[in-house]
Ligand binder design. Structure first.
Ligand code: ZN
Length: 260
């Protein structure tokens, strides 16, 4: 485990006290929680995913409809990485807190399912999921599992078994609306929580970035764990500028008494 300074230890104790006192805790996670698992932030120009295509040009709904093959070609290295990735101590710490009754909801901007794989149950995937695909012609929805291997291995574009249209992963593309039901649940959870923990999100992508403000405006406490500053750090009770995969296990140790 990371060596902590006395200042950081005090912050850990303070965060632990707030977590223990809260009856409704919501965690909001972003790309930063999955980078320790080797998954690049695809919005970042350093991710390597911008070298051949500008994601804004291939990963929008319009671009998908016009050139689905180009979209699938762009997504493939990211998809390969996601399907090979393993949850890290940050994901496991959150699952541990949930099973101890100390976290009620995880809202994630990630599409990698690492929260579910590490044992979190109540996960709201506000940017959609790779688990299902929907036909852009007849809207028929299918489980993505039978299509994954052929796509990862050979780049095969998934085709609708009903009408022969192209199947689109149910992830939110640039310029696309968030899945309405899930978004409303996330909004409701944010308004009603007593504590929001932001873990690995720089809070730059709207409308999700506005959720901590909703929480704070309704009187919730706020803990932020993110390598870079966020717009709402000034409203937070505790701010950690370190890696989530290093800080969250310390918090679990302080709150529950053992290390994940
Ligand atoms: Zn179809």
């Amino acid at each position: 485990m990371l060596e902590l300074s006395e200042g950081s230890l005090q912050s850990i104790r303070c965060a632990a006290d707030i977590i223990k006192a809260s009856h409704r805790t919501v965690v909001l996670t972003g790309a930063g929680i999955s980078t320790p698992s080797g998954i690049p932030d695809f919005r970042s120009e350093d991710s390597g995913l911008w070298q051949r295509y500008d994601p804004f040009e291939v990963a929008s709904l319009t671009a998908f409809r016009l050139k689905p093959h180009k979209f699938f070609e762009w997504l493939r290295p990211l998809a390969v990485t996601i399907y090979n990735a393993q949850p890290n101590p940050a994901h496991m710490s959150l699952a541990r807190l949930e099973s101890a009754g100390l976290v009620q909801t995880v809202i994630t901007q990630n599409i990698d399912r690492l929260h579910q794989r590490s044992g979190s149950r109540n996960v709201l995937e506000v940017h959609g999921t790779l688990d299902t695909l929907s036909c852009i012609e007849c809207f028929h929805q299918v489980d993505s599992q039978p299509y994954v291997q052929a796509y990862l291995d050979h780049g095969q574009t998934p085709i609708c078994p009903r009408c022969g249209g192209v199947l689109k992963p149910d992830i939110v593309l640039f310029g696309e609306q968030l899945p309405a039901k899930i978004w409303l649940k996330a909004l409701d959870a944010s308004k009603k929580c007593e504590l929001m923990i932001v873990a690995g999100s720089s809070l730059e992508v709207l409308p999700v970035a506005g959720l901590p403000m909703r929480a704070v405006e309704n009187g919730a406490h706020l803990i932020i764990i993110n390598r870079t500053k966020t717009y709402i750090d000034v409203r937070a009770d505790v701010v950690f500028g370190e890696d989530v995969a290093e800080i969250l296990p310390w918090i679990v140790k302080e709150v529950i008494g053992d290390y994940t």
